[in-house]
Design a protein around this ligand. Structure first.
Ligand SMILES: [Zn+2]
Length: 186
């Protein structure tokens, strides 16, 4: 049975993966929001580690402080927007010509909203709301790109603007990202 974690606490909940030994916090996992629940997957092997129930509206209203309530509402709004705009499967990506394809992953702020942007030769090929602090989403997007472009895809380069989403545990993020990029080239 999957672990259940409170919505309010999930970002800092310590988790470990029984399948591959990954250890980290909730914010570093791959977060899949679907309706009223969200599940957290291991960013390394995609085993499902925990389930989170979103607070109901009433629970949100009953929350202690106004700041907590506002934060919860912002998070719920973000999840909804992310659910609509995030890359979910390889079919959503465009055809790209060429025998080797390298992508850049960067973060931009547009009218106060933060986005992750994937580019190929300075052409934007995908844009979605940026997930802060976790690196799971970087790896997840990388896998979807790989599924679409196969052996022709040789790199996904996080530029310096993308560091904001890698803050979690820097060493671990850096190791997982380096390992992922090396795998692309073999
Ligand atoms: Zn794992």
């Amino acid at each position: 049975m999957a672990l259940r974690i409170n919505f309010a606490d999930y970002k800092s909940s310590p988790l470990s993966c029984p399948a591959c030994g990954w250890k980290g916090e909730g914010k570093d996992t791959c977060q899949n929001a679907g309706g009223t629940v969200m599940d957290l997957e291991c960013p390394n092997c995609f085993k499902m580690l925990a389930i989170i129930s979103f607070p109901t509206y009433q629970e949100t209203l009953n929350r202690g402080s106004e700041a907590d309530r506002q934060a919860a509402l912002r998070e719920i709004n973000f999840r909804e927007k992310f659910r609509r705009m995030s890359l979910k499967n390889p079919d959503e990506l465009p055809d790209i010509e060429g025998s080797t394809i390298s992508f850049t992953f960067r973060s931009v702020s547009i009218k106060g909203e933060d986005y992750s942007i994937i580019e190929h030769q300075e052409q934007e090929i995908w844009r979605e709301p940026m997930v802060w602090e976790g690196y799971g989403r970087f790896l997840e997007i990388g896998r979807i790109l790989k599924a679409r472009y196969g052996a022709r895809m040789v790199d996904l380069v996080p530029d310096e603007t993308a560091e904001t989403f890698l803050y979690g545990d820097w060493l671990q993020a850096s190791d997982l990202i380096t390992a992922f990029r090396q795998q692309l080239r073999v």
